[in-house]
Ligand binder design. Sequence first.
Ligand SMILES: Cc1cc2nc3c(=O)[nH]c(=O)nc-3n(C[C@H](O)[C@H](O)[C@H](O)COP(=O)(O)O)c2cc1C
Length: 388
Amino acid sequence: MAVITTVDDLKRIYKRRVPKMFYDYAESGSWTEQTFRENTTDFDQIRLRQRVAMDMTGRTTKTQMLGEDVAMPVALAPVGLTGMQSADGEIKAARAAEKFGVPFTLSTMSICSIEDVAENTTKPFWFQVYTLKDDDFMQRLMDRARAANCSALVITVDLQMLGQRHKDLKNGLSAPPKLTVRSVADMMTKWSWGLGMLGTKRRFFGNIVGHAKGVTDPSSLSSWTAQAFDQALDWDRIAQLRKMWGGKIIVKGILDVEDARKAVNVGADAIIVSNHGGRQLDGALSSIRMLPDIVDAVGEQIEVHMDSGIRSGQDVLKAMAMGAKGTYVGRAFVYGLGAAGEAGVTKALEVIHKELDTTMGLCGETDVNALSRSNLLIPADFRGRWET
Ligand SMILES: Cc1cc2nc3c(=O)[nH]c(=O)nc-3n(C[C@H](O)[C@H](O)[C@H](O)COP(=O)(O)O)c2cc1C
């Protein structure tokens, strides 16, 4: 690997190595991409308070997320089609996470199945479900996740319908990719990706094909997804899913104080303040802007996590100092995976860890759990004055 010093370095290599269709799939937001952009630029508005002559020895980034020990408060977010970014991508990412000591979350829309990941790892991982109408299928998914020893269920609530990403439509995104003159010409220049894909049988949605009624082959999948997602989802349904699972649940996709309170009321163990990485409601505020209000409202009653826009350890520090108890990275680990497989994911985690650790020291902090808003310089109008 070339000398990698930032997550952005990994992104540049990733862009060269992975077919455009899958690069674009990750590197896009819905519609104008305003929310996607602001997720990262809003982090830049927050500055750090430099402190000196404070003993910075014995620093630790260790903490807990959902009662589980983590080497740093950074989990891998559920990312659909990860196995299209690199052959067997979910297995590679899960292994990197396990070795690093951070949680891995497997998406419903993964290429490797729950069983594939369980067979290739040794520690429990988290499983993410979309809220689907088909109760039998939901029950079977949960049974499979339980059998695979998954220690938490992440229920994604911000995707009752799909936000439109223009590039996916224009590229004709599919898994496996459709063979058109354009896609074949592109893939021929991404030979290491292609060799990897030829060497694995995992090229379809492993949790769905052959498991959902009526989906016996990949071609019937698109009609299934169009009718499967539950637009009628409400908090009663989330409470019902919690009962069906019977273990810890994390409600993912909260961006509003009222919704955060409702998640507390249904007995969620944690929430993820998230706008799905800017892929759903374009025009919504960035997660980091919404985080302080939500922490202030429910932070004493529930564990508040956040994602969307984290590209560095400094971003992790800002989120933790704002009151989050944990963070997730989506694209940051995908860049690493596409750039260099498992080693690339490890590299992304190492870069983030080093940035977090160094920044803590230079802010005069030795314990990631002790970070607070007093470490930050937050613009006076950061939360915004919005009329509703
Ligand atoms: C390519 C891609 C696919 C995603 N697929 C899922 C998914 O299947 N389920 C889900 O809950 N979130 C999904 N997300 C959202 C992520 O879990 C996470 O919220 C988001 O990536 C965080 O923003 P970041 O990429 O800026 O870190 C996806 C995100 C990306 C970039």
